[in-house]
Design a protein around this ligand. Sequence first.
Ligand SMILES: Nc1ncnc2c1ncn2[C@@H]1O[C@H](COP(=O)(O)OP(=O)(O)O)[C@@H](O)[C@H]1O
Ligand SMILES: [Mg+2]
Length: 254
Amino acid sequence: MRTIAFVTQKGGAGKSTLASSVAVAARAAGERVFIIDLDPLQTLVKWAGAREASDIGVEHVPPSKLSKAVAALEKKGVTLVVIDAPGQDGEPAAAAMRVADLCVIPARPNAFDLWASEKTRAQVKEEGCDYAFLLNQCPPAQQSARVELGAKALQAMGGLLAPLVSSRVDYQEAARLGLGVSEYNPEGVAAQEMKELWGSIKRRLKRVPAKAAPAKPEKAVAEKPAPAPKAPAAKAAIAPEPKAALKKPAKKAA
Ligand SMILES: Nc1ncnc2c1ncn2[C@@H]1O[C@H](COP(=O)(O)OP(=O)(O)O)[C@@H](O)[C@H]1O
Ligand SMILES: [Mg+2]
C-alpha cells in the first residue's frame, strides 16, 4: 500500500480538487483507494456525500488517529491512501507528512503560492517525507511567462510533476457533483491531465521506499503500551463500514 498526501499551507491551491480527481483516476487504473480527509472543513467528506458511487471510501480522521487509520486500511487491502490536508501549518499537516510516502505540493503560478510552497517544502523536509510539486490552475495557453517561471521555480525547489494542470471548469463541476474529472468528462483535457498525473505519481512512488511506520510516533499511540495483536485494535480509527471501499467495481456493461 502507498500513501500520498496533498499538502500546502496555501488555501485554494487545489489540494482537495486534485486529491479527489487523482483518487478517481487511480481507482479507474485499478487501485483500491481510500481518501482520508484531515481538514476540519471536511471538504472531501462532503464531496463523498454528493458522490453516488461507493467505490472510494472517504473518512475524516483526526491527526492523532492518522497512523492507526492508515495501518487499518493496509490490513483491509487498500492499495492507495490519498490524504487531503488542511491549508494551515500545524499538527494535521505534519501528521500527514509523517505517514505519507510522498507529499504532493500544489501551487498556482503566482508569487504568493510559490512563497508558500517554499515554507511547505521546509516543513515536509523536516518531517522526513519525499515530495514533488505540482503546478495547478495554469491558464490553458500554457506558454505564458508566468507559468514558465513558476514551473522553473518549482523544478529548482526539488521537482515538478507532469503535467501542468490547467484551469478548467471541469474541475469545479466534477467536484460539485462528487465526481473526478475523468468521470465528469472522460474525453476532456482535464480527464487526460488527471490520468497523466496519476501515472507521474505512480512512477515517482516507485523511487520512494514505503514507510513502514511513522517517523515520529503519534502521541496517543506512543503513550499506550503496545496492544495485543488482535484484529479489532487496528480498526479503531476507521469506521466499521468504510463506505464499501473494498467492494469490487460494478461490472461494466459489455
Ligand atoms: N485546475 C483547476 N481548474 C479550475 N478550478 C480549480 C482547479 N483547481 C482548483 N480549482 C478551484 O479552486 C478552488 C480551490 O480549490 P481547492 O481544491 O478547494 O483548494 P485547497 O483544498 O487547496 O484549499 C475551488 O473553487 C476549486 O474548484
Ligand atoms: Mg481543501
